[in-house]
Design a protein around this ligand. Structure first.
Ligand code: F6P
Length: 453
């Protein structure tokens, strides 16, 4: 099997000769610190060897649970937010039929719906209404068990599932994925007798897609989690500490993005895809890099665009706006389907010259044309090329980005594995809502708002 590839040739030209090579010793030190657990955030390094530590028995257990949900449900709602949902959604959307909602082919696969990732009354009302005549199950994913968005959604869905299917049947179609001991989600699961899976203590949310957090929903949607893990295992080996810098794509990617940030003033990285199916892969990537690197007043801002769609909205800015950006293109070499550009007798749009060409060939020329135009416009371009969209290569992509993220965060000089800043909005929200235990904060925030009036 070949591996995904990294092409940095159109980015190094924006840096002085030898700059990336100059990162080699720092990258090596970062990799060794990850391996030996001597870096900051070393309590959260469980993801590092997770692929090769994952056993066949464990995957069989996840698959058995998925089979049960597939047999008993026409719809499965995955409740989770941030790292507790983005990885699963990224893989399911990348591999699934884009119009799955509308497909009614009697296939066994239940529709997988994502919820618990907002506090929208309209969304939750629409969801609960939609589920009224569905035989639905729930995968409740929350490491802490107290995340407001997810807990609220789970309360609603648990009640509705029990009301529609009866408590006994509901307990067979509700699964909890949470931490091993603490937290409300585990207590509820134990009390109600739900099947549970553990999110290891040493794996943070944004690094958890290869734990049951991602694996169970992906298996429920009908995809091959063993191939996904195999891809990640191969990438774990391909990016190991003893793989030379020049051949180690995670090390190279980490080095070049830090070089562009610190030495070429490129403060924003746009992850661009040319496949709408990869939209959520980019969302997953945004959390991975944003939460890992955006702290201590530093960090590349991770943005994402779906091309060519966004070339017709953001293309102008990228081509001629402030020159503070670089682009990483996630490019898929071969499509899974075949469709030709059709002939039209009248040819009013003047596009008959494309007749008979694969649609993907046109897309590839759009990609190449965009690359050249953006480089000419002063936007360094990195290309990650993926042979095709399947479980195996997505497993590679996931681990490649995770490993590079760990290295890159350490190069930046931050703890890549915490996210203290996320608490600020929660603290204000709880103070405003008068949560018990937040009495002092409630008084302070009310005084502040009164002054601001
Ligand atoms: O799984 P939990 O505890 O509900 O947390 C969900 C998400 O919230 C965060 O803790 C903070 O936003 C993320 O890191 C995590 O992925």
């Amino acid at each position: 099997m070949e591996n995904i590839k990294l092409d940095t040739s159109k980015a190094v030209e924006f840096l002085a000769a030898g700059t990336v090579k100059g990162y080699e010793p720092k990258v090596k030190a970062a990799q060794e610190a990850l391996e030996s657990g001597t870096c900051e955030g070393s309590d959260f390094l469980g993801w590092l060897h997770l692929p090769t530590e994952t056993t066949g028995d464990f995957l069989n257990d996840v698959e058995a649970c998925a089979e049960l949900l597939r047999a008993k449900c026409d719809t499965v709602v995955v409740a989770g937010i941030g790292g507790s949902y983005l990885g699963a959604r990224a893989v399911i959307e990348a591999l699934g039929n884009s119009l799955q909602w509308l497909v009614n082919d009697g296939s066994k696969a239940p529709n997988v719906i994502f919820a618990g990732n907002s506090i929208s009354e309209d969304y939750l009302s629409e969801l609960t209404n939609y589920l009224k005549d569905k035989k639905f199950g729930v995968i409740n994913i929350s490491k802490s068990g107290t995340t407001t968005e997810t807990a609220l959604t789970f309360r609603l869905l648990k009640k509705q599932c029990e009301a529609q299917r009866g408590k006994d049947e509901a307990k067979d179609v509700i699964v909890a994925i949470t931490d091993s001991v603490k937290g409300a989600a585990r207590k509820t699961a134990e009390k109600e007798g739900y099947k549970t899976f553990i999110i290891p203590d040493n794996v943070g949310g944004r690094f958890s897609v290869l734990t049951p957090v991602g694996l169970l929903p992906i298996a429920v949607a009908g995809f091959d989690i063993k191939a996904l893990v195999r891809g990640a295992q191969d990438m774990e080996k391909a990016t190991a500490v003893d793989v030379p810098f020049k051949q180690n794509i995670s090390a190279q990617y980490a080095a070049i993005r830090q070089a562009l940030y610190t030495q070429a003033g490129k403060k924003i990285e746009i992850l661009a895809d040319f496949q709408p199916k990869l939209h959520f892969m980019a969302e997953w990537w945004k959390q991975l890099y944003g939460e890992s690197e955006g702290k201590d007043g530093k960090g590349i801002f991770p943005a994402a665009c779906d091309f060519t769609t966004d070339l017709h909205s953001m293309g102008q800015w990228i081509q001629q706006g402030e020159r503070s950006i670089f682009e990483t293109v996630l490019s898929v070499e071969k499509p899974n389907s075949k469709l030709l550009f059709p002939h039209d007798d009248e040819n009013l749009d003047g596009l008959n010259f494309l007749e008979g060409k694969r649609v993907d060939e046109v897309n590839k020329m759009a990609e190449l044309g965009t690359r050249l135009a953006h480089v000419d416009g002063g936007v360094p371009n990195i290309r990650v090329s993926v042979p095709k969209l399947d479980e195996y290569y997505l497993g590679q992509v996931i681990y490649f980005f995770e490993k590079a993220c760990g290295i890159s965060g350490l190069l930046e000089g931050v703890n890549p594995f915490n996210q203290p800043g996320v608490e600020a909005y929660k603290k204000n929200m709880f103070a405003l809502l008068g949560k018990p235990g937040y009495e002092d904060e409630t008084i302070a925030i009310k005084k502040r708002l009164a002054k601001e009036k």
